[in-house]
Design a protein around this ligand. Structure first.
Ligand code: HEM
Length: 494
């Protein structure tokens, strides 16, 4: 402890046990525990996880003060032994430590995904949104697979210029999906204890079945990522590739100073983000049936602006503020990542009279911030798109420090989600098109009674989704399926 920090206390927190500290108090839905602790201990809660200092940031004020305003200190990631060191060679972008390699990756990713750069991906997003409508028309019972396919196919199209993937079981989609799920599960569940007792990692693989398994699939996945990247690089060199994120990076690879292996990992991390999109759409469907008046209002806006002779498109975006407010509300009320991604501090710090030691892991309780009654009012727990609109019905920036989003679901500071513009565009076109085409009705039991809907969650590791429900999708008007069919012919001919 330096002289500067001497005499300052750690933030308050729950009592700890010897050796393990607060480890036993963590659960799969830790955001509910953290939110309860907010009332007891305040906006910053200190935990000790078997010697590791952790702070939970429960309000936007403290999270933004530290992770945004003091980003030079709070932009590192925890040094996860399994996820970072053992399985991804320290190169999986969301886990990469704050330093030169991350800076070079981030610059390259930004170049391909900033607000203007994502314009060039709109044709891919339009095609995928139309395909999704058609899939839902043909077979709405499998809406989860269709939504997952569309999200994955969009992101893989954007990253590797891969043509539309027809099935959720397509090889590339499965690879990315399995890789991410394995990574998250191995890192957070199977090998959890290694993070707190690092010497366990040296135990032989036969004593820890996850270790052999994890090393095997990691070694199998890496060459596939490299070959997907190499294909785009070769096509780009031969003038065969269409616009893609990998293409953008390959074109300026020397400028970014990234090796082939670093680009391959960076792009794989971006492709792995596709699951987030299907999670958000799952929450959107639930909101549309739990709040039918919102659905009706959105469809009135679509009828007024788009009409019933064509599908919505990106040119309609600025004229559909209510739909855009629905996107914000879907991301706010039930964030797919209720605890964001952990940051880590690289220097001792003093904040609000508390000592925050160097190396502290910072967990942003996004769920609590997005439902904070001091920010969103007493109806913070309700799905209410109007909160993002002014009296004239135009989008307004009612919630300072949320980077014009109206929520905190894309994270903070220098590590804020680099794919957020792409994600917002895809969410817009999917939500607008689905609401244009379908009236979404709540599921019913075999005896015709309504199924009880709740906001209970399923934590899949990478994303937190609602329980599965069999919604009923009915075209809103007789000509709609024909219009979708014509639009499909047009986009698949491009
Ligand atoms: C609605 C969907 C999405 C949500 C809710 C989301 C959320 C997040 C969050 C919370 C973070 C961590 C921010 C922090 O550390 O404070 C993050 C990081 C990241 N996201 Fe997203 N994301 C989404 C979609 C995407 C998409 C579509 C892509 C790629 C095209 C993407 C690529 C990334 C990458 C590469 C990082 C790591 C950034 C870094 O560590 O510097 N995300 N995302």
């Amino acid at each position: 402890r330096s002289r500067k920090t001497k005499g300052f206390k750690l933030p308050p927190g729950p009592p700890r046990l010897p050796i393990i500290g607060n480890v036993h108090q963590l659960s799969i839905d830790a955001w509910t525990t953290f939110t309860a602790w907010k009332d007891e201990y305040g906006p910053i809660v200190y935990l000790n996880l078997a010697g590791q200092n952790v702070i939970v940031l429960n309000t936007l004020e403290v999270a933004s003060d530290l992770l945004d305003d003091r980003a030079a200190i709070y932009s590192d990631r925890p040094n996860w032994i399994v996820a970072c060191q053992m399985l991804t060679e320290g190169l999986f972008m969301p886990f990469v430590r704050y330093g030169e390699t991350w800076r070079r990756m981030r610059r390259a990713a930004h170049q391909g995904l900033h607000q203007n750069a994502v314009e060039k991906y709109k044709p891919i997003q339009t095609k995928e949104a139309t395909l999704l409508l058609n899939d839902l028309l043909q077979d709405s019972g499998n809406w989860v697979e269709h939504v997952r396919r569309a999200g994955g196919s969009t992101v893989l199209g954007v990253t590797y210029d891969i043509p539309t993937l027809p099935s959720v079981n397509d090889t590339e989609l499965r690879l990315i999906y399995d890789f991410t799920i394995h990574l998250v599960n191995t890192a957070y569940v199977d090998s959890f204890v290694v993070e707190f007792f690092p010497w366990i990692r040296h135990f032989p693989a036969w004593m820890m079945s996850w270790k052999a398994r994890a090393l095997r699939w990691s070694q199998e996945s890496i060459p596939i990522f490299l070959s997907m990247f190499q294909k785009v690089k070769t096509d780009w060199g031969n003038g065969l590739a269409r616009p893609s994120l990998t293409g953008v990076v390959v074109e300026q690879q020397a400028k970014f100073g990234l090796t082939d292996k670093e680009v391959a990992w960076m792009v794989a991390a971006i492709a792995a983000a596709s699951e987030t999109m299907s999670g958000v759409l799952a929450w959107f469907f639930l909101a549309m049936v739990m709040y039918p008046e919102v659905q009706v209002k959105a469809q009135a806006e679509l009828d007024r602006v788009v009409g019933r002779d064509r599908l919505p498109n990106f040119d309609d975006m600025q004229h559909l503020p209510y739909i855009r407010a629905i996107i914000k509300e879907a991301l706010r009320l039930n964030p797919v990542d209720p605890l964001g991604l952990q940051h880590r501090s690289i220097e001792d710090d003093i904040y609000k009279g508390y000592f925050i030691p160097k190396g502290t892991i910072c967990i942003a309780n996004v769920w609590a911030m997005n439902r904070d009654v001091d920010v969103y009012g007493p109806d913070a727990h309700l799905f209410k798109p109007e909160r993002h609109l002014d009296k004239e019905g135009n989008l307004c920036q009612a919630f300072p420090r949320t980077k014009n989003e109206g929520h905190n679901t894309f994270g903070f500071g220098r590590r804020i989600c680099v794919g957020r513009y792409l994600a917002n565009n895809s969410l817009f076109l999917n939500m607008a098109s689905i609401l244009w085409l379908f009236a979404i009705h709540p599921p019913v039991n075999d005896d015709g009674s309504p199924v009880k809907l709740t906001e209970d969650t399923i934590n899949e590791g990478l994303v937190v989704r609602p329980n599965h429900y069999d919604y009923i999708f009915k075209p809103r008007f007789a000509e709609a399926p024909k219009i979708v069919e014509e639009a499909l012919t047009a986009v698949t001919q491009v």
